[in-house]
Ligand binder design. Structure first.
Ligand code: UD1
Ligand code: CA
Length: 455
């Protein structure tokens, strides 16, 4: 972690348009809060959480609780009135001041509701920012549909340039509402992410005004002010990845972000040699080995590891804290949670395996259930190597099935089974011969026939 970089994440937006009781940045994209995507990228780019400030809004208790659990070293600053992005950054002026004193020369500002910012973009834009000696580097993108975004006014043409990394300086950022019809045609937009010289940002914030169509303090006005006063140029880092600009204003937008996220995640696994067939819903932190096949409608939640050569799905659900070894099969309508499944084990159909430690070469028949919860506590099930769990077995935890042991189909097992044993719990089957079913059926059919004749 480098000490000369800091970050401010704007996250004071509420969930009103989302119709949610949660702050917007805690709404999830691919099973992770949007803020987690952003913070993970920041940390991956080498900026320490203790050098990161998050601007939070009113009723942000959920947000501070989440941060204290997942990123306890982040600083938080309350913006009690939502008066614009510039006003949001003003709440962290003390942070900017102390960071300047500590040698935090440059500060990255990000939107907490734009989850696809990535560490490569953060690092490459920083390299440009430093090598060109910029006072501000705006991370921009060219969009086919720039509607709603702030437009980038270049100093020469006022339009956009083709090169990914431009040497042209930026004159100003104009919000869509404040654009002239000609400016509205510009396709290069402000992603809402920027590197600032920390001292310059600190000095410029008090100069922002609300003289615009929205009567808000625009952070983007720092660009114009920096051009008027500072000696150093304002530049742009134009990203090839237009997804970095995407945020969600409502649930429809959030759904789109989810679709994009699941695609990005699936692409990453495809590139690593995983075969993904059809639609799958994989959390961003899943680790999946090569030659594993993920079949349609599989859901893989956070903190899951799958080994090489496995087959998962269709319609499988790997919940949090699941580890599958190599060459494991988890078939259709199988749910695995908080469990370790050893190499070459198979849970092929319609089973629930939760809170369990399963050895290698274990076979679960169809319809097996680990009975892990008694309404108060959860208990673990242990199944040792090469055990065979017969169809429709209930394993009442805590319980251990020894190595090479077998449970008979339909058994409910509530005692430990030693190795090399058979556990069978089954009432004797009774067969009653000459049962009356056929007599009853004949009588029923005869009645139906009479009814038809009467019509
Ligand atoms: C902002 C930029 C625009 C850019 C766009 C990219 C300004 C003036 N405009 O516009 O140029 O193209 O982002 O998405 O900055 N926030 C607060 N407190 C506030 C206002 C906003 O914390 O008082 C947070 C929001 O929660 C959000 C972020 O700042 O995370 C951006 O705010 P938003 O209102 O979405 O800005 P835009 O109008 O989209
Ligand atoms: Ca926005």
């Amino acid at each position: 972690m480098q000490t000369n970089k800091s970050c401010i994440i704007l996250a004071a937006g509420d969930g009103k348009r989302m119709k949610s009781a949660k702050p917007k940045v805690l709404l999830e994209v691919a099973f992770a809060p949007m803020l987690k995507w952003v913070l993970d990228a920041v940390v991956k780019a080498g900026i320490a959480p203790e050098h990161t400030a998050v601007i939070i809004g009113n009723e942000a208790e959920l947000l501070t609780n989440w941060l204290s659990k997942h990123y306890p070293d982040c600083k938080t600053f309350l913006q009690s009135e939502r008066l614009g992005t510039g006003h949001a950054v003003m709440q962290a002026r003390d942070f900017l001041k102390s960071r300047t004193q500590e040698g935090g020369d440059d500060v990255l500002v990000l939107c907490g509701d734009a989850p696809f910012i990535d560490s490569d973009t953060i690092e490459s834009s920083y390299t440009l920012h430093k090598s060109k000696g910029h006072s501000v580097t705006v991370i921009t993108a060219d969009l086919v549909h720039p509607k709603g975004y702030g437009r980038i006014l270049r100093s020469e043409s006022g339009g956009s340039v083709d090169s990914a990394i431009s040497t042209q300086t930026i004159q100003a950022i104009v919000e869509e509402k404040d654009c002239t019809p000609k400016q509205r045609l510009i396709t290069e937009v402000n992603s809402g992410a920027y590197w600032f010289d920390t001292r310059l940002l600190y000095v410029m914030l008090p100069k922002l005004t609300t003289a615009n169509k929205s009567s808000e303090y625009y952070l983007t006005d720092v660009v114009g002010l920096a051009n008027e006063t500072a000696g150093k140029p304002v530049g742009a880092f134009k990203s090839e990845n237009s997804y970095i600009t995407l945020g969600a204003n409502d649930r429809r937008g959030l759904r789109q972000l989810n679709n994009i996220a699941f695609d990005i995640i699936a692409d990453k696994h495809s590139d690593n040699g995983v075969e993904i067939i059809g639609e799958c819903y994989i959390a961003k932190d899943a680790v999946i080995g090569s030659d594993t096949t993920i079949l349609p409608n599989t859901v893989i939640r956070e903190n899951v590891t799958v080994g090489i050569g496995c087959s998962v799905g269709p319609f499988a659900h790997l919940r949090a804290n699941t580890v599958l070894g190599d060459y494991v099969k988890v078939g259709d309508f199988v749910e695995v949670k908080n469990a370790n499944i050893g190499d070459k084990s198979s849970i092929a159909h319609l089973s629930y395996v939760g809170d369990s430690d399963v050895g290698t070469g274990v076979n679960f028949g169809c319809g097996c259930v680990t009975v892990n919860y008694d309404g108060v506590n959860k208990y673990r099930t242990v199944v040792e190597d090469n055990a065979f769990i017969g169809c429709n077995t209930n394993l009442i935890a805590p319980v251990t099935i020894g190595e090479n042991s077998m449970t008979a189909a339909g058994s409910t097992v509530n005692k430990n089974v030693p190795p090399d044993s058979l556990a069978i719990e089954r009432a004797e089957l009774r067969v009653k011969q000459n049962w009356k079913l056929n007599t009853l059926r004949r009588a029923k059919n005869a009645m139906k026939g009479q009814g038809k004749k009467e019509q």
